[in-house]
Design a protein around this ligand. Structure first.
Ligand SMILES: Nc1ncnc2c1ncn2[C@@H]1O[C@H](COP(=O)(O)OP(=O)(O)OP(=O)(O)O)[C@@H](O)[C@H]1O
Length: 299
């Protein structure tokens, strides 16, 4: 049940929205698409779902083309939320679930579960237009997962939610993944993808600039970050061999170094100065990697 995107390009007139994208998403994994506005994420999702045809290339799920409108195996949270404002939550969800082949009784049972889980059981009998934006989003999320899809596509699932609700939704997404669903989601926020995904792709102007497993991406990057907290002026370390970047912070300095070995040499140097409150070696962040690949900061 792999999702396979093979050499996919999408042009709108002369404009290329997605440029030669090849990705394989293994079954039961969570895959993250990162990219700034206009990077090509939504266009990719629409092609995965068969709502748009690629100009070139092919997309298959388990070896076959996807047809979102007829497949009960797919769930989709679109970026442009599309609920009927005048309908009551329960009527709406039951209607959508029945389109996906569920019985009324089963749909009501699942809806109860999700409303309880999101701490909003009272919303069942409210109209969509009566709900806050975040609560509407929860209902739209429930609509995309109620039928327990095998493949779930979530376009910006965390946007517009407060931090408590982001955590609640993250936990729900993680549980759905653990139950065996393949999940693809997009985000503007690096940390969401770093936290949830084994594999990811960073899109930039339609091109996949970074792609692979988070571990491999970080390991192959080679460079590391070092944080030092101490009351010495360490700005001279800018000239230290193997130091790529140095930034002063309120508590000391933050550096990017060529390798772990350079970090060791750096440690020998700074420890001679005296007491250090902190010396920490960290993997590069996705943002560091993005800056290197694209030459500009993502955020
Ligand atoms: N139907 C269309 N006709 C013309 N251009 C389009 C169409 N759909 C998308 N585009 C363009 O393709 C580019 C990619 O858009 P897309 O919506 O895929 O980006 P995105 O990564 O999802 O961005 P965002 O984070 O803002 O949602 C944009 O420049 C957009 O204007």
């Amino acid at each position: 049940m792999t999702l396979s995107i093979q050499k996919v390009t999408k042009r709108f007139g002369k404009f290329t929205a997605v440029d030669d994208l090849s990705i394989t998403i293994p079954e039961k994994e969570m895959f993250g698409f990162l990219g700034a506005n206009g990077a090509g994420k939504t266009t990719t999702f629409r092609m995965i779902l068969g709502l748009l045809d690629p100009s070139y290339g092919a997309i298959t799920w388990n070896g076959k083309e996807i047809n979102y409108s007829t497949s009960p195996y797919i769930g989709y949270l679109p970026e442009e939320r599309g609920l009927y404002p005048k309908l009551k939550v329960k009527d709406q969800i039951v209607y959508l679930a029945r389109l996906r082949g569920m019985s009324k009784q089963n749909a009501e049972k699942e809806l109860d579960y999700w409303l309880q889980r999101f701490n909003v059981p009272e919303n069942a009998s409210k109209k969509i237009e009566e709900l806050s934006k975040g609560n509407q989003q929860k209902i739209q999320f429930i609509a995309s997962v109620i039928h327990k899809p095998k493949l779930l596509i979530l376009d910006e699932p965390f946007s517009g939610l407060d931090p408590v609700n982001v955590e609640q939704l993250k936990a729900a997404v993680q549980d759905i993944k653990d139950s065996g669903t393949t999940i693809v989601f997009s985000s503007h926020r690096m940390e969401h993808v770093e936290e949830l995904c084994e594999n990811l792709c960073i899109m930039h102007q339609g091109k996949p600039v970074v792609h692979g497993s988070l571990k491999d991406i970080k390991r192959s990057f080679g460079k590391k970050n070092v944080t030092i907290h101490a009351d010495f002026d360490f700005t001279y370390l800018e000239k230290f061999t193997g130091v790529v970047r140095l930034k002063k912070t309120t508590e000391g300095v933050q550096l990017q170094v060529e390798s772990e070995q350079i970090a060791e040499e750096l440690f020998k140097e700074v420890v001679q100065k005296g007491f250090l409150r902190k010396f920490e070696l960290e993997e590069p962040s996705l943002n560091d990697i993005f800056i290197e690949k694209v030459g500009t900061s993502y955020e």
